[in-house]
Design a protein around this ligand. Structure first.
Ligand code: SAH
Ligand code: SF4
Ligand code: F3S
Length: 471
């Protein structure tokens, strides 16, 4: 995903000394390592755009990096803990570099930065900068402060500023966005599911203006992007306002995006069942650019657990919603997130989840063992479920959904679908792209077709991918 082909330039390797910085010096290199969700991937891209203007060039390797940014995720304990082991390794690099007089900076961004703030530097003083997701637009200033030996922690929530300060990507970086790109349109969450840290790490819901989003998507379209996936923690709660003060829903926004030159396909994630408005459901029937795939997490099939999770809907509401979507788009492929072992989950609650899975049938699914998160209401509930039970339920659910995924993919064999080609395949002479249902499809074809959409007949289905030929 990162640049490796920049050819000759004035790069001279890590700069010695603690750094009086001048803009005339050779480019420094930054490695941005993202964990967690797609929004972190998008944020990493935007940080890279901004840092290029600050004289940094992105590198895929920490060995030639002068700055490493860990773009972290706080969603489950494992993700969060990983940050500190990574930081330990980075500290060692910093010490080695210091011994030879070179500087190496460590920054922590993302949701752990937001959640832990100054605590990160207390635990790992080698960290130079801690920056929460709402403050990336200030990265340049922060890095200049670290250049003169200061450390910075900023986890304020001035979210309105952030989208106004997006930097237009350079032509070179624009090209690196590829054929399919993420674009954040909404950030934050007001739902407060009792297990989840996101409302605390990303703050309350904020929508970008349609004009701001369209400006970015026009750039992407002109740079060769053909598909955009609109991102938000709660993307279907999107409520933009256009220049004349008129409300703009996600459905309306997608209509505008579908009209942008070059854009062939639109997707969105992640949605909450409570925010699937009439016009959004209708869009699945009448907006051809909107792909027939929907990631709509349900978390559990038990009403008791759904209530304890503060999901504000019942299993039957979800099933009814799916029926309405299928009424307008019968072939829509569905995906969901599930949590097993939420506090108090009984065997019967778990079976209700399996039943919901059997009733709905999903094309793909993500499932997680409940992880206790400090500060969330569910963490202080009694009746936490033991690890063995969680593991057992996870395996059983996995069995059900794997069968469904396999059936969904196998049923594609013999069908002809539109494939948007995104890149060269693993095998020579092969290119690969995505079906409307987000399946990876490989075809033997010339790479000049990358960026185009073609009808492909599916010949075979592997575990994760489909193989086809031109219809
Ligand atoms: N904003 C998205 C994604 C939230 S995080 C949404 O609303 O769906 C992605 C998934 O992680 C959630 O859907 C949930 O299934 C899972 N998750 C969140 N908190 C968790 C926790 N404490 N333990 C286990 N899984 C969790
Ligand atoms: Fe977390 Fe629930 Fe918000 Fe999703 S809807 S981000 S699970 S609080
Ligand atoms: Fe993780 Fe934050 Fe995304 S907690 S899932 S990086 S919103």
């Amino acid at each position: 995903m990162h640049n490796q082909d920049d050819g000759a330039n004035t790069e001279t390797g890590p700069q010695a000394g603690s750094g009086e910085v001048t803009s005339a010096r050779a480019k420094r290199k930054v490695q941005i390592r993202s964990f967690g969700c797609q929004m972190n991937v998008y944020d990493a891209t935007r940080m890279g755009d901004l840092l290029e203007k600050e004289g940094y060039e992105e590198t895929a390797s920490q060995d030639d990096a002068d700055l490493v940014i860990l773009n972290t995720c706080h969603i489950r304990e494992k993700a969060s803990d990983r940050v500190f082991s990574e930081l330990g390794r980075l500290r060692e690099i910093k010490e080695e570099r210091a011994a030879s007089g070179a500087s190496f900076k460590i920054a922590v961004a993302g949701c752990v930065a937001q959640a832990e703030g100054a605590e990160i530097r207390r635990r790992e003083p080698a960290v130079d900068l801690v920056v929460g997701p709402q403050n990336y637009h200030k990265l340049g200033d922060f890095l200049r402060a670290t250049d003169i030996g200061r450390s910075v922690v900023d986890t304020e929530f001035p979210i309105e500023d952030k989208f106004d300060h997006l930097i237009a990507p350079s032509p070179r970086r624009l090209q690196q966005r590829g054929i399919s790109a993420f674009v954040t349109v909404q950030e934050g969450c007001d739902k407060f599911c009792t297990f989840c840290v996101v409302p605390y790490t990303r703050g309350s819901e904020v929508s970008r203006t349609p004009e701001n989003i369209l400006t970015e998507i026009r750039q992407l379209g002109s740079g060769g992007v053909r598909e955009v996936t609109l991102l938000g923690q709660n993307v279907n709660a999107y409520h933009g306002e256009d220049e004349s003060g008129r409300a703009c829903s996600l459905a309306r926004l997608m209509e505008k995006i579908a009209a942008v030159d070059g854009i062939l396909r639109v997707r969105y994630m992640t949605s909450h069942p409570r925010d699937m408005g009439e016009d959004l459901i209708a869009a699945h029937g009448n907006l051809p650019a909107l792909m027939p795939f929907l990631h709509l997490p349900v978390q559990s099939g038990s009403d008791r657990i759904l209530a304890a999770m503060n999901r504000n809907h019942r299993a039957a509401d979800y099933i009814e919603l799916i029926a309405r979507l299928r009424a307008v788009r019968p072939d829509i492929a569905l995906s969901s997130d599930f949590i097993v072992g939420f506090p108090g989950e009984t065997e019967q609650d778990f079976r209700d989840t399996v039943d919901l899975c059997e009733t709905v049938t999903f094309a793909s699914t993500y499932f997680f063992k409940y992880s206790m998160r400090p500060g969330t209401p569910a963490a202080s509930l009694g009746d936490q479920i033991d690890e063995d039970t969680k593991r057992d339920r996870l395996a059983r659910l996995q069995n059900v959904v794997e069968r469904q995924r396999h059936a969904f993919n196998s049923a594609m064999v013999g069908r002809t679908v539109d494939v948007l080609f995104e890149k060269e395949g693993r095998q020579p002479g092969q290119i690969s792209g995505k079906s409307p249902y987000l399946q990876v499809v490989h075809v033997d074809a010339d790479k000049s077709l990358i960026g185009q959409c073609h009808q492909v007949e599916i010949m075979a289905a592997g575990t994760n991918t489909l193989f086809g030929r031109f219809a």
